[in-house]
Design a protein around this ligand. Structure first.
Ligand code: PLP
Length: 430
Protein backbone atom coordinates (compact mmCIF):
# COMPACT_ATOMS: atom_id res chain seq x y z
CA UNK A 1 0.00 0.00 0.00
CA UNK A 2 1.44 3.36 -1.06
CA UNK A 3 1.12 6.15 1.53
CA UNK A 4 3.46 8.74 -0.02
CA UNK A 5 0.98 11.57 0.01
CA UNK A 6 -0.12 10.91 3.61
CA UNK A 7 3.53 10.95 4.62
CA UNK A 8 4.13 14.24 2.79
CA UNK A 9 0.98 15.82 4.25
CA UNK A 10 1.95 14.63 7.72
CA UNK A 11 5.34 16.37 7.39
CA UNK A 12 3.65 19.56 6.20
CA UNK A 13 1.07 19.36 8.99
CA UNK A 14 3.80 19.23 11.64
CA UNK A 15 5.11 22.58 10.37
CA UNK A 16 1.84 24.35 11.09
CA UNK A 17 -0.58 22.23 13.11
CA UNK A 18 0.72 21.43 16.55
CA UNK A 19 1.66 17.74 16.60
CA UNK A 20 0.21 17.38 13.10
CA UNK A 21 -3.32 16.69 14.35
CA UNK A 22 -6.24 18.65 15.75
CA UNK A 23 -7.07 16.06 18.37
CA UNK A 24 -4.36 13.91 20.01
CA UNK A 25 -6.24 10.64 19.53
CA UNK A 26 -5.76 11.05 15.75
CA UNK A 27 -2.00 10.73 16.10
CA UNK A 28 -0.60 7.21 16.21
CA UNK A 29 0.95 7.77 19.64
CA UNK A 30 -1.34 5.14 21.17
CA UNK A 31 -0.06 2.50 18.73
CA UNK A 32 3.65 3.14 19.10
CA UNK A 33 3.89 5.93 16.51
CA UNK A 34 3.64 6.10 12.73
CA UNK A 35 2.05 8.31 10.13
CA UNK A 36 -1.68 8.92 10.45
CA UNK A 37 -3.47 8.28 7.16
CA UNK A 38 -4.89 11.43 5.61
CA UNK A 39 -8.41 10.62 4.44
CA UNK A 40 -9.85 12.46 1.47
CA UNK A 41 -13.35 11.13 1.05
CA UNK A 42 -15.87 9.10 2.97
CA UNK A 43 -18.96 7.48 1.49
CA UNK A 44 -21.11 4.91 3.27
CA UNK A 45 -18.87 2.43 5.09
CA UNK A 46 -15.77 3.43 3.11
CA UNK A 47 -12.90 5.88 3.21
CA UNK A 48 -10.47 6.80 0.44
CA UNK A 49 -7.15 8.29 1.45
CA UNK A 50 -5.00 10.91 -0.29
CA UNK A 51 -3.07 8.15 -2.11
CA UNK A 52 -6.28 6.58 -3.46
CA UNK A 53 -6.34 3.55 -1.10
CA UNK A 54 -9.79 2.36 -0.02
CA UNK A 55 -10.70 1.31 3.54
CA UNK A 56 -13.66 -0.14 5.38
CA UNK A 57 -14.18 2.30 8.24
CA UNK A 58 -14.95 1.28 11.83
CA UNK A 59 -13.77 4.53 13.40
CA UNK A 60 -17.00 6.32 12.43
CA UNK A 61 -15.29 9.55 13.55
CA UNK A 62 -15.21 8.18 17.13
CA UNK A 63 -18.94 7.50 17.11
CA UNK A 64 -21.05 10.14 15.36
CA UNK A 65 -21.20 8.55 11.89
CA UNK A 66 -23.83 5.89 12.61
CA UNK A 67 -25.53 6.26 9.21
CA UNK A 68 -22.25 5.92 7.27
CA UNK A 69 -20.39 8.78 5.62
CA UNK A 70 -22.30 11.29 3.47
CA UNK A 71 -25.72 9.74 4.01
CA UNK A 72 -27.93 11.28 1.29
CA UNK A 73 -30.71 12.40 3.68
CA UNK A 74 -28.23 14.16 6.00
CA UNK A 75 -26.26 15.61 3.07
CA UNK A 76 -29.48 17.05 1.65
CA UNK A 77 -30.32 18.63 5.02
CA UNK A 78 -26.85 20.21 5.26
CA UNK A 79 -27.08 21.54 1.69
CA UNK A 80 -30.52 23.01 2.40
CA UNK A 81 -29.20 24.61 5.60
CA UNK A 82 -26.27 26.13 3.69
CA UNK A 83 -28.68 27.65 1.16
CA UNK A 84 -30.73 29.22 3.95
CA UNK A 85 -27.75 30.60 5.89
CA UNK A 86 -25.87 28.57 8.47
CA UNK A 87 -25.89 30.88 11.49
CA UNK A 88 -28.55 33.32 12.69
CA UNK A 89 -27.98 34.15 16.36
CA UNK A 90 -31.76 34.02 16.82
CA UNK A 91 -34.03 31.19 17.89
CA UNK A 92 -35.32 28.99 15.06
CA UNK A 93 -38.24 26.60 14.65
CA UNK A 94 -35.70 23.87 13.86
CA UNK A 95 -34.35 24.04 17.42
CA UNK A 96 -37.86 23.57 18.88
CA UNK A 97 -38.52 20.65 16.58
CA UNK A 98 -35.20 18.97 17.36
CA UNK A 99 -35.58 19.52 21.12
CA UNK A 100 -39.04 17.91 20.89
CA UNK A 101 -37.58 14.94 19.02
CA UNK A 102 -34.90 14.48 21.67
CA UNK A 103 -37.33 14.76 24.56
CA UNK A 104 -39.71 12.34 22.93
CA UNK A 105 -36.83 9.85 22.60
CA UNK A 106 -35.32 10.52 26.05
CA UNK A 107 -38.14 11.62 28.40
CA UNK A 108 -35.83 12.66 31.29
CA UNK A 109 -34.85 15.67 29.15
CA UNK A 110 -37.74 17.75 30.47
CA UNK A 111 -35.81 20.88 29.45
CA UNK A 112 -32.67 20.99 27.36
CA UNK A 113 -30.15 23.29 25.75
CA UNK A 114 -27.98 22.89 22.66
CA UNK A 115 -24.25 23.55 22.83
CA UNK A 116 -21.40 22.79 20.41
CA UNK A 117 -19.60 19.73 21.74
CA UNK A 118 -19.74 16.92 24.21
CA UNK A 119 -17.12 18.72 26.27
CA UNK A 120 -19.36 21.75 26.68
CA UNK A 121 -22.39 19.59 27.44
CA UNK A 122 -20.69 17.69 30.27
CA UNK A 123 -18.96 20.80 31.62
CA UNK A 124 -22.30 22.57 31.87
CA UNK A 125 -24.14 19.69 33.55
CA UNK A 126 -21.52 19.85 36.31
CA UNK A 127 -22.04 23.60 36.70
CA UNK A 128 -25.80 23.14 36.85
CA UNK A 129 -25.50 20.35 39.43
CA UNK A 130 -23.30 22.56 41.57
CA UNK A 131 -25.69 25.48 41.23
CA UNK A 132 -28.68 23.32 42.17
CA UNK A 133 -27.09 21.57 45.15
CA UNK A 134 -24.84 24.38 46.37
CA UNK A 135 -22.04 21.78 46.64
CA UNK A 136 -18.66 21.63 44.93
CA UNK A 137 -17.32 18.11 44.46
CA UNK A 138 -18.07 15.52 41.84
CA UNK A 139 -17.46 11.78 41.75
CA UNK A 140 -16.53 10.16 38.45
CA UNK A 141 -15.34 6.73 37.36
CA UNK A 142 -11.78 5.71 36.44
CA UNK A 143 -11.07 5.52 32.72
CA UNK A 144 -14.23 7.32 31.63
CA UNK A 145 -13.56 10.30 29.35
CA UNK A 146 -15.85 13.27 29.61
CA UNK A 147 -14.22 15.81 27.30
CA UNK A 148 -11.41 18.23 27.99
CA UNK A 149 -12.80 20.70 30.50
CA UNK A 150 -10.63 21.13 33.61
CA UNK A 151 -12.81 19.26 36.10
CA UNK A 152 -12.86 16.03 34.15
CA UNK A 153 -9.13 16.00 33.36
CA UNK A 154 -8.43 14.71 36.81
CA UNK A 155 -6.86 11.33 37.55
CA UNK A 156 -7.77 9.12 40.46
CA UNK A 157 -6.28 9.64 43.90
CA UNK A 158 -5.34 6.60 45.96
CA UNK A 159 -8.84 5.59 47.02
CA UNK A 160 -12.42 6.77 47.58
CA UNK A 161 -11.36 9.05 50.46
CA UNK A 162 -8.75 10.95 48.44
CA UNK A 163 -9.34 13.61 45.85
CA UNK A 164 -7.68 13.45 42.44
CA UNK A 165 -4.52 14.70 40.77
CA UNK A 166 -4.36 16.86 37.64
CA UNK A 167 -4.33 14.60 34.56
CA UNK A 168 -3.14 17.45 32.34
CA UNK A 169 -0.68 20.25 32.80
CA UNK A 170 -2.63 23.44 33.30
CA UNK A 171 -5.28 21.85 35.50
CA UNK A 172 -4.72 23.20 38.98
CA UNK A 173 -4.42 21.19 42.15
CA UNK A 174 -7.37 23.20 43.50
CA UNK A 175 -9.56 21.93 40.70
CA UNK A 176 -8.35 18.36 41.12
CA UNK A 177 -9.36 18.57 44.77
CA UNK A 178 -12.98 18.86 43.67
CA UNK A 179 -12.97 15.45 42.00
CA UNK A 180 -13.07 11.95 43.43
CA UNK A 181 -12.55 9.00 41.09
CA UNK A 182 -13.72 5.47 41.85
CA UNK A 183 -13.65 2.25 39.78
CA UNK A 184 -16.58 1.56 37.44
CA UNK A 185 -18.86 -1.32 38.48
CA UNK A 186 -17.71 -0.97 42.11
CA UNK A 187 -20.71 0.13 44.23
CA UNK A 188 -18.76 -0.28 47.44
CA UNK A 189 -16.11 2.27 46.39
CA UNK A 190 -18.87 4.69 45.43
CA UNK A 191 -20.61 4.17 48.75
CA UNK A 192 -17.34 4.77 50.63
CA UNK A 193 -16.70 7.97 48.66
CA UNK A 194 -20.22 9.27 49.27
CA UNK A 195 -20.00 8.38 52.97
CA UNK A 196 -16.65 10.10 53.29
CA UNK A 197 -17.39 13.26 51.30
CA UNK A 198 -21.08 13.43 52.27
CA UNK A 199 -22.72 16.74 51.59
CA UNK A 200 -19.74 18.09 49.63
CA UNK A 201 -20.76 16.02 46.61
CA UNK A 202 -22.88 17.77 43.98
CA UNK A 203 -23.01 14.96 41.45
CA UNK A 204 -21.97 11.50 40.40
CA UNK A 205 -20.97 11.62 36.73
CA UNK A 206 -21.10 8.36 34.80
CA UNK A 207 -21.08 6.93 31.30
CA UNK A 208 -24.06 4.56 31.75
CA UNK A 209 -22.45 2.22 29.22
CA UNK A 210 -18.76 2.96 28.99
CA UNK A 211 -17.33 3.77 25.58
CA UNK A 212 -13.94 5.07 26.59
CA UNK A 213 -12.07 2.02 27.81
CA UNK A 214 -13.83 -0.02 25.23
CA UNK A 215 -17.48 -0.95 25.38
CA UNK A 216 -18.17 -1.91 28.98
CA UNK A 217 -21.67 -2.49 30.26
CA UNK A 218 -22.71 -1.78 33.83
CA UNK A 219 -23.09 -4.87 36.00
CA UNK A 220 -26.69 -5.86 36.77
CA UNK A 221 -28.15 -3.29 39.16
CA UNK A 222 -25.05 -1.05 39.22
CA UNK A 223 -26.76 2.05 37.83
CA UNK A 224 -29.77 1.55 40.11
CA UNK A 225 -27.30 1.48 43.03
CA UNK A 226 -25.61 4.65 41.73
CA UNK A 227 -29.00 6.38 41.75
CA UNK A 228 -29.92 5.04 45.17
CA UNK A 229 -26.61 5.95 46.82
CA UNK A 230 -26.43 9.39 45.21
CA UNK A 231 -30.03 10.34 45.88
CA UNK A 232 -29.83 9.17 49.51
CA UNK A 233 -27.04 11.73 49.83
CA UNK A 234 -29.02 14.44 47.96
CA UNK A 235 -26.41 14.19 45.23
CA UNK A 236 -27.46 14.42 41.58
CA UNK A 237 -26.72 11.79 38.96
CA UNK A 238 -25.38 12.95 35.59
CA UNK A 239 -25.25 10.57 32.63
CA UNK A 240 -22.67 11.30 30.00
CA UNK A 241 -24.49 9.89 26.97
CA UNK A 242 -22.23 11.61 24.44
CA UNK A 243 -21.35 8.23 22.92
CA UNK A 244 -24.30 6.14 24.02
CA UNK A 245 -27.35 8.21 23.02
CA UNK A 246 -28.85 6.75 19.81
CA UNK A 247 -25.92 4.30 19.51
CA UNK A 248 -27.73 1.22 20.83
CA UNK A 249 -31.37 2.17 20.33
CA UNK A 250 -33.50 5.15 19.31
CA UNK A 251 -33.04 6.91 22.65
CA UNK A 252 -30.37 6.78 25.34
CA UNK A 253 -28.65 4.08 27.34
CA UNK A 254 -31.04 5.25 30.06
CA UNK A 255 -33.99 3.96 27.99
CA UNK A 256 -32.22 0.71 27.24
CA UNK A 257 -31.31 0.09 30.88
CA UNK A 258 -34.47 1.50 32.46
CA UNK A 259 -32.79 4.00 34.82
CA UNK A 260 -33.10 7.79 34.76
CA UNK A 261 -30.47 10.34 35.72
CA UNK A 262 -31.18 13.89 36.86
CA UNK A 263 -29.11 15.43 34.07
CA UNK A 264 -27.83 14.09 30.76
CA UNK A 265 -25.10 15.25 28.38
CA UNK A 266 -25.40 14.43 24.68
CA UNK A 267 -23.25 14.92 21.58
CA UNK A 268 -21.75 12.98 18.66
CA UNK A 269 -24.62 11.12 16.86
CA UNK A 270 -27.20 13.85 17.50
CA UNK A 271 -25.31 16.20 15.15
CA UNK A 272 -25.37 13.84 12.17
CA UNK A 273 -21.62 14.52 11.81
CA UNK A 274 -21.70 18.29 12.41
CA UNK A 275 -20.49 19.85 15.68
CA UNK A 276 -23.07 19.64 18.45
CA UNK A 277 -23.71 18.95 22.09
CA UNK A 278 -26.81 19.16 24.24
CA UNK A 279 -27.60 18.85 27.89
CA UNK A 280 -30.81 18.64 29.80
CA UNK A 281 -32.76 17.04 32.58
CA UNK A 282 -35.39 17.63 35.21
CA UNK A 283 -37.13 20.97 34.77
CA UNK A 284 -36.57 22.10 38.37
CA UNK A 285 -32.83 21.50 38.00
CA UNK A 286 -32.51 23.00 34.52
CA UNK A 287 -34.24 26.16 35.78
CA UNK A 288 -30.89 27.02 37.38
CA UNK A 289 -29.66 28.00 33.91
CA UNK A 290 -29.61 31.58 32.61
CA UNK A 291 -31.83 33.41 31.60
CA UNK A 292 -34.16 31.73 34.15
CA UNK A 293 -31.55 31.04 36.82
CA UNK A 294 -28.15 32.07 38.14
CA UNK A 295 -25.95 29.46 36.34
CA UNK A 296 -24.48 30.94 33.17
CA UNK A 297 -24.13 29.11 29.86
CA UNK A 298 -24.15 30.61 26.39
CA UNK A 299 -22.87 30.07 22.84
CA UNK A 300 -22.58 32.03 19.60
CA UNK A 301 -22.82 28.80 17.60
CA UNK A 302 -25.22 27.00 19.96
CA UNK A 303 -28.26 25.64 18.13
CA UNK A 304 -26.92 26.73 14.74
CA UNK A 305 -29.31 25.72 11.95
CA UNK A 306 -26.74 23.59 10.10
CA UNK A 307 -25.98 21.29 13.04
CA UNK A 308 -29.62 21.18 14.11
CA UNK A 309 -30.92 20.30 10.63
CA UNK A 310 -28.22 17.65 10.22
CA UNK A 311 -29.21 16.26 13.62
CA UNK A 312 -32.90 16.15 12.73
CA UNK A 313 -32.08 14.36 9.48
CA UNK A 314 -29.86 11.85 11.30
CA UNK A 315 -32.59 11.01 13.80
CA UNK A 316 -35.11 10.68 10.96
CA UNK A 317 -32.86 8.01 9.44
CA UNK A 318 -32.40 6.27 12.78
CA UNK A 319 -36.18 6.25 13.35
CA UNK A 320 -36.70 4.05 10.29
CA UNK A 321 -37.61 0.41 10.95
CA UNK A 322 -34.92 -2.22 11.70
CA UNK A 323 -31.97 0.20 11.98
CA UNK A 324 -30.82 -1.12 15.34
CA UNK A 325 -31.65 -4.73 14.46
CA UNK A 326 -29.35 -4.37 11.47
CA UNK A 327 -26.54 -2.90 13.59
CA UNK A 328 -26.93 -5.73 16.09
CA UNK A 329 -26.90 -8.32 13.33
CA UNK A 330 -23.71 -6.91 11.78
CA UNK A 331 -22.15 -6.59 15.23
CA UNK A 332 -22.88 -10.22 16.02
CA UNK A 333 -21.41 -11.38 12.72
CA UNK A 334 -18.26 -9.34 13.40
CA UNK A 335 -17.90 -10.52 17.00
CA UNK A 336 -18.44 -14.19 16.14
CA UNK A 337 -16.06 -14.05 13.18
CA UNK A 338 -13.27 -12.27 15.06
CA UNK A 339 -13.58 -14.56 18.08
CA UNK A 340 -13.61 -17.73 15.98
CA UNK A 341 -10.62 -16.61 13.98
CA UNK A 342 -8.62 -15.57 17.08
CA UNK A 343 -9.41 -18.94 18.69
CA UNK A 344 -8.30 -20.79 15.55
CA UNK A 345 -4.88 -19.16 15.69
CA UNK A 346 -4.55 -19.12 19.51
CA UNK A 347 -4.57 -15.35 19.79
CA UNK A 348 -5.78 -14.36 23.28
CA UNK A 349 -8.71 -11.97 22.88
CA UNK A 350 -11.80 -10.83 24.73
CA UNK A 351 -14.55 -9.09 22.83
CA UNK A 352 -17.02 -6.79 24.55
CA UNK A 353 -19.95 -6.03 22.26
CA UNK A 354 -23.25 -4.28 22.60
CA UNK A 355 -25.28 -4.19 19.39
CA UNK A 356 -23.30 -2.34 16.70
CA UNK A 357 -20.27 -1.44 18.85
CA UNK A 358 -17.49 -3.67 20.07
CA UNK A 359 -13.98 -3.67 21.47
CA UNK A 360 -11.35 -6.34 20.89
CA UNK A 361 -8.97 -6.59 23.85
CA UNK A 362 -5.78 -8.61 23.56
CA UNK A 363 -6.27 -10.45 26.83
CA UNK A 364 -8.50 -13.27 27.99
CA UNK A 365 -9.69 -11.54 31.19
CA UNK A 366 -13.28 -10.33 31.10
CA UNK A 367 -13.20 -6.52 30.99
CA UNK A 368 -15.59 -4.80 33.39
CA UNK A 369 -13.47 -1.87 34.57
CA UNK A 370 -10.58 0.34 33.49
CA UNK A 371 -7.89 -1.71 35.20
CA UNK A 372 -8.86 -4.78 33.15
CA UNK A 373 -8.81 -2.76 29.92
CA UNK A 374 -5.46 -1.22 30.81
CA UNK A 375 -3.98 -4.66 31.43
CA UNK A 376 -4.81 -5.84 27.90
CA UNK A 377 -1.80 -5.88 25.58
CA UNK A 378 -0.99 -2.50 24.00
CA UNK A 379 1.76 -4.06 21.94
CA UNK A 380 -0.48 -6.72 20.41
CA UNK A 381 -3.15 -4.14 19.69
CA UNK A 382 -0.63 -1.81 18.01
CA UNK A 383 0.57 -4.65 15.76
CA UNK A 384 -2.99 -5.70 14.92
CA UNK A 385 -4.07 -2.12 14.21
CA UNK A 386 -1.23 -1.51 11.74
CA UNK A 387 -1.67 -4.87 10.01
CA UNK A 388 -5.40 -4.26 9.61
CA UNK A 389 -4.76 -0.79 8.21
CA UNK A 390 -2.42 -2.31 5.60
CA UNK A 391 -5.30 -4.61 4.64
CA UNK A 392 -7.71 -1.69 4.19
CA UNK A 393 -9.49 -1.84 7.55
CA UNK A 394 -9.58 1.49 9.41
CA UNK A 395 -9.82 1.16 13.19
CA UNK A 396 -9.29 3.73 15.94
CA UNK A 397 -5.57 3.94 16.82
CA UNK A 398 -6.03 3.02 20.49
CA UNK A 399 -6.74 -0.19 22.37
CA UNK A 400 -9.31 1.71 24.46
CA UNK A 401 -11.61 2.68 21.59
CA UNK A 402 -14.60 0.92 20.12
CA UNK A 403 -15.25 -0.34 16.61
CA UNK A 404 -18.47 1.25 15.41
CA UNK A 405 -20.69 -0.31 12.78
CA UNK A 406 -22.91 1.88 10.65
CA UNK A 407 -26.08 1.14 8.74
CA UNK A 408 -24.00 1.46 5.56
CA UNK A 409 -21.87 -1.60 6.41
CA UNK A 410 -22.89 -4.84 4.70
CA UNK A 411 -22.41 -8.48 5.63
CA UNK A 412 -19.86 -8.59 2.82
CA UNK A 413 -17.85 -5.73 4.42
CA UNK A 414 -17.88 -7.57 7.72
CA UNK A 415 -16.83 -10.81 6.03
CA UNK A 416 -13.90 -9.00 4.38
CA UNK A 417 -12.94 -7.58 7.77
CA UNK A 418 -12.98 -11.01 9.40
CA UNK A 419 -10.86 -12.37 6.53
CA UNK A 420 -8.34 -9.54 7.03
CA UNK A 421 -8.20 -10.28 10.78
CA UNK A 422 -7.74 -14.01 10.09
CA UNK A 423 -4.88 -13.17 7.78
CA UNK A 424 -3.26 -11.06 10.51
CA UNK A 425 -3.83 -13.69 13.22
CA UNK A 426 -2.48 -16.52 11.05
CA UNK A 427 0.70 -14.58 10.19
CA UNK A 428 1.20 -13.14 13.68
CA UNK A 429 4.83 -12.11 14.17
CA UNK A 430 4.90 -9.72 17.09
N1 PLP B 1 -18.09 12.43 26.75
C1 PLP B 1 -17.77 11.26 26.18
C2 PLP B 1 -18.32 10.00 26.75
C3 PLP B 1 -16.95 11.23 25.06
O1 PLP B 1 -16.61 10.05 24.53
C4 PLP B 1 -16.47 12.45 24.53
C5 PLP B 1 -15.60 12.45 23.33
O2 PLP B 1 -15.08 11.47 22.88
C6 PLP B 1 -16.84 13.63 25.14
C7 PLP B 1 -17.65 13.60 26.25
C8 PLP B 1 -16.37 14.95 24.59
O3 PLP B 1 -17.06 15.23 23.41
P1 PLP B 1 -16.42 16.24 22.32
O4 PLP B 1 -15.23 15.55 21.75
O5 PLP B 1 -17.56 16.44 21.35
O6 PLP B 1 -16.09 17.48 23.05
Amino acid sequence: MKLDRSEQLNKEAHNVILGGVNSPSRSFKGVGGGTPVFMKKGKGAYFWDEDGNQYIDYLAAYGPIITGHAHPHITAAIKAAAEDGVLYGTPTAYENHFADMLREAIPSLERLRFVNSGTEAVMTTIRVARAYTGRNKIIKFAGCYHGHSDLVLVAAGSGPSTTGNPDSAGVTKNIAEEVITVPFNDPQALEEALNYWGDDVAAVLVEPIVGNFGIVEPAEGFLQTVNHLAHSNETLVIYDEVITAFRFMYGGAQNLLGVEPDLTALGKIIGGGLPIGAYGGKKAIMEQVSPLGPAYQAGTMAGNPASIRAGIACLEVLREPNVYEKLDDLGKQLEDGLQKSADTYDIPVTINRLKGALTLYFDTTHVSNYEHAENSSSQMFAYFFKQMLKRGINLAPSKFEAWFLTIAHTHEDVEKTIKAASDVFSNWSN
